[in-house]
Design a binder for this molecule. Structure first.
Ligand SMILES: CC(C)(COP(=O)(O)OP(=O)(O)OC[C@H]1O[C@@H](n2cnc3c(N)ncnc32)[C@H](O)[C@@H]1OP(=O)(O)O)[C@@H](O)C(=O)NCCC(=O)NCCS
Length: 325
């Protein structure tokens, strides 16, 4: 076992200090990018929103490892407050200059201690590794006692992608930011269907349930850091919504981040998923050059849709979990 760095101090980020917040984010970004050229990293603006306006649905703490007065490692701890109240989520990062000295382990232990205090029995997290050159993340996660629960591929496509037309029985309704009032009930039904349907492998988690208030709170927070774009398919004959696709463009960046795409069961088989993604991409400003997405390799329909649009797999993401009770 490598010697533990006895000079390391684990402390909580002082959220009232803008310079400390900026340092935390900068160390996180440098540590992530060291092994992952294709990583999608939370922007400084998005981190500011999360760190300075507490959410009603998650309690979050940010930890940092300090050696000789310098922050050399960071961890985020998230405790869901509405569903999955037995679970804590975390990500741990250490700068390459300070690895293999027990700093990651010290951060993990501080996370686990706080998770236990918050009555959690499991700690979960995402470990994402480059396809060509996987870094130390998986070995570290295994050493912390985690097991794999689910896998997704992280894919990237360069824009523009081939246009995929929409079935003539439907039209495409788009909005940016807040969902208009007249579509909210249908949108909420689809969002909750998505949360219940999305494949999550062996992860034993309750789906998040959105109501109008929770959707509004999420929209308001997201809009502060992202251009939020939705394309939805509406059947011409009866106005029924058949699916939606949700895309974020972080402010000040040249990429999109493809979030949910759902086609409701009775509307499947008409390539609406590809049409909705394609409609969102076609509408983006010219300076947005690429789109990132995540799909379980077992989700054959979505994998085919993505490959046809030109997406290629750049990273593997593993959802891992450790029992801490
Ligand atoms: C993964 C990471 C956090 C490890 O930080 P670290 O400070 O080097 O970790 P530690 O020194 O505490 O290592 C703890 C144990 O993890 C395992 N481990 C860590 N790095 C390893 C490597 N490169 N190869 C094999 N095992 C490794 C070992 O079992 C190690 O114990 P040992 O040194 O006694 O053998 C760091 O490499 C990193 O920031 N990577 C990028 C982000 C990431 O992948 N985070 C994990 C997702 S939560």
């Amino acid at each position: 076992m490598a010697p533990v760095d006895t000079d390391v101090r684990i402390e909580e980020l002082d959220l009232t200090d803008p310079a400390a917040r900026a340092t935390w984010h900068e160390v996180m970004e440098r540590a992530v990018r060291a092994d992952r050229p294709h990583a999608l990293v939370t922007t400084a603006a998005a981190f500011e929103v999360t760190a300075t306006s507490p959410s009603t649905f998650y309690a979050r703490t940010w930890l940092q490892a300090v050696v000789d007065g310098e922050v050399v490692g960071v961890a985020e701890l998230e405790l869901p407050l509405s569903e999955n109240t037995d679970v804590a989520r975390t990500e741990v990062q250490v700068l390459p200059t300070h690895r293999r000295r027990g700093i990651g382990r010290a951060l993990w232990q501080a996370v686990a201690e706080r998770a236990r205090t918050g009555d959690r029995t499991r700690v979960g997290g995402e470990v994402t590794v480059d396809v060509a050159d996987p870094g130390p993340g998986r070995a570290f996660a295994a050493a912390m006692g985690t097991v794999d629960k689910h896998r997704e591929d992280h894919l990237v496509a360069d824009l523009p992608v081939p246009v995929s037309g929409v079935d003539e029985a439907y039209d495409v309704v788009t909005w940016r930011g807040r969902c208009p009032d007249e579509h909210r009930a249908a949108y909420l039904a689809m969002r909750n269907r998505m949360n219940a349907d999305v494949p999550t492998g062996d992860l034993d988690l309750e789906p998040e349930v959105l109501d109008d208030e929770r959707l509004a709170s999420s929209e308001e927070r997201l809009m502060r850091a992202y251009d939020v774009r939705v394309a939805a398919a509406r059947r011409r004959s009866d106005g029924a919504f058949g699916g939606y696709s949700l895309l974020f463009v972080p402010h000040g960046t040249d990429y999109g981040w493809q979030d949910d795409t759902l086609v409701m069961p009775e509307h499947r088989g008409r390539r609406l998923g590809a049409a909705l993604k394609s409609a969102n991409y076609a509408d983006l400003p010219d300076d947005v050059r690429s789109v990132h997405t995540w799909t379980a390799p077992t989700n054959a329909a979505m994998h085919r849709t993505n490959t046809a649009l030109g997406f290629r797999v750049v990273e593997h993401m593993y959802e891992v979990e450790a029992r801490i009770a």
